[in-house]
Design a protein around this ligand. Sequence first.
Ligand SMILES: N[C@@H](CCC[C@H](N)C(=O)O)C(=O)O
Length: 272
Amino acid sequence: MEFVKGHGTENDFVILPDLDDQLDLTVARVQALCDRQRGLGADGVLRVVRSGGTSDGTSSGKWFMDYRNADGSIAEMCGNGLRVFARYLVDAGHQPQGEFVVGTRAGDRTVTTHPDGSVTNDMGPARVTGTSIAAVDGAGIGGFAVDVGNPHLACVTDVPVEGFDLTVPPGYDPVMFPHGVNVELINVIGADALRMRVYERGVGETRSCGTGTVASVASWLAGQGRTTGSATVDVLGGQVVVTIEPTTSTLTGPAVLVARGELDKSWWDALA
Ligand SMILES: N[C@@H](CCC[C@H](N)C(=O)O)C(=O)O
């Protein structure tokens, strides 16, 4: 069984081409693939499925991105994963360079691949749904709840984000976030420039989170009473550009494919 390894600003993924939707991708298999000692190592898995179009109710596009977190849980959307997914489709010859649609559990998303290897995702609306508090290092940090298809608590703070201990999961209000939440800690570092660290639901601290960068810019704007604007977001693994518009948002950043190979069949079968 073929695999490809890739990353977007060092948020890394195992890509499993499964065009005809044959794979039984169990929690145990996702956990093993993502394990950095006993597997390939990744923050998540992207299963590439050819969708049946509007008739299967998943997508009006030709593709469905089945995203799983490293702990085996399912998430609605992954912004960095979507860029890597698009880059894979072009690299494999399944799509010409340019614009096409990918179905996700959060809905259809239009992606545009660029000749320099970067990809722009239309990320859909970033909805600010309220305010809440993240508990980090024993302190409460206020932020905005932002729905980017998946849930975020994006907290702009004056405390330098480099100093926070994110080996421990941040606390959050389980009533406001009954399905868990991704927590972003954000510093403003320039006129339209943010720095972000993130603790991802189902993964832990990662070096980048695409939906998290969109939530961060939406939160930063909301704190100024604004609903539109653009910013660069520096993450541990690089930089992306986010634009928030009244009804949608875009995310542009790199998408890199680093390796391809074959999974050992006996290893895979033993994990079922
Ligand atoms: N890294 C992703 C987000 C992946 C899903 C997230 N952990 C969740 O459970 O919602 C991104 O780039 O957006």
